[in-house]
Design a protein around this ligand. Structure first.
Ligand SMILES: Nc1ncnc2c1ncn2[C@@H]1O[C@H](COP(=O)(O)OP(=O)(O)OP(=O)(O)O)[C@@H](O)[C@H]1O
Length: 302
């Protein structure tokens, strides 16, 4: 029986890169230019008898914004959890484990890694909506992004530069009106924008969003996707967006990975991914796809 590893140190990868990718933003840090943001090779993740990710391989180069699209239960969140070190690969029957390299490294001190990322996930959203975490003011919650902590008292001593960065993050997502309110008193849309500010305040190399518009009404969703599109346009970090909605993928996000049953079934240009045939097959229904003149896509079930 294969053993499931939930913690541990992964092997150092030995294979070469050979990746093909499209572009680097000029502002992406030079230290990361020749390194893949994420390189997963032959990774399976099991929980009890369920195979969540199935011998999955995927490379995401630095600087290539990528949307990960797939139906419910296809393994999208689990894929991100490999990146955030919430999941580790299970051991295969032959004793091998596959590799997960993040920014070229297989071994990370988790907190250190998280400081190089900004993350917006449903778990974080729920934590910031309740309990002691939700008692923080918007400004304190954003400050907690510097240390990837979830409580203000474990947060950093703020110097003037950090205060300026907080101001800049607040202004980028336009939440100045309620920066002194407790996070738990915010609406879902306001809280989600606060989480974006927290995720980008320390100007990370990687920004990961998992289903960021869930629970938002039409107006809040439109505002959110517009903020996301601006961040993609500004190109200061590599953005990984997990979603099941094609209408959330900003025009400038040109690369799409399709997941189905724990496997990558497509990894390439958005235009080739978002076709009627591929989407119908992926979602097991008859899907119509339209691309708007402004570059956004829409999907509907026929
Ligand atoms: N900790 C866990 N224990 C057992 N099964 C799990 C666990 N985490 C995920 N799974 C299962 O793995 C599969 C993939 O889950 P995952 O959340 O990654 O999918 P997803 O594509 O993000 O789904 P959704 O779009 O519905 O959020 C699902 O069948 C889920 O029930």
């Amino acid at each position: 029986m294969p053993v499931t590893a939930t913690t541990g140190i992964l092997q150092t990868a030995t294979h070469g890169s050979g990746d093909s990718w499209t572009r680097f933003a000029p502002s992406i840090r030079l230290s990361t230019l020749e390194t893949a943001l994420l390189k997963i090779s032959g990774v399976t993740v099991r929980r009890e008898q369920t195979i969540i990710l199935n011998d999955l391989s995927l490379t995401v180069p630095c600087g290539r914004h990528t949307a990960v699209l797939g139906p419910n239960g296809s393994g999208k969140s689990s894929l991100l959890k490999l990146l955030t070190r919430d999941f580790y690969p299970s051991i295969h029957a032959d004793g091998t484990q596959g590799d997960v390299l993040i920014l070229g490294e297989s071994e990370w001190e988790v907190q250190q890694l998280r400081r190089r990322m900004g993350v917006v996930t449903p778990i974080l959203d729920s934590e910031f909506g309740h309990g002691r975490t939700g008692q923080m003011t918007v400004r304190q919650a954003i400050a907690s992004g510097f240390t990837a902590t979830r409580l203000h008292r474990f947060g950093p001593q703020l110097n003037q530069r950090m205060q300026d960065q907080i101001d800049r993050a607040i202004s980028r997502v336009n939440i100045g009106d309620y920066e002194h309110r407790k996070v738990m008193t915010l609406s879902t849309g306001e809280r989600r924008r606060t989480l974006i500010a927290r995720a980008i305040v320390h100007e990370p190399e990687i920004f990961v969003l998992d289903e960021p518009t869930s629970g938002l009404d039409i107006a809040a969703k439109a505002e959110f996707t517009s903020i996301l599109a601006d961040l993609v346009d500004q190109d200061t970090m590599t953005i990984l967006l997990v979603t099941h909605h094609v209408d959330e993928i900003p025009p400038a996000m040109q690369h799409v990975v399709l997941l189905d049953q724990g496997r990558v079934v497509f990894d390439g240009a958005k235009q080739a991914a978002l076709t009627k045939e591929r989407m119908s097959q992926l979602f097991s229904t008859n899907v119509a796809i339209n691309q708007q003149p402004n570059g956004w896509y829409q999907a509907s079930v026929q």
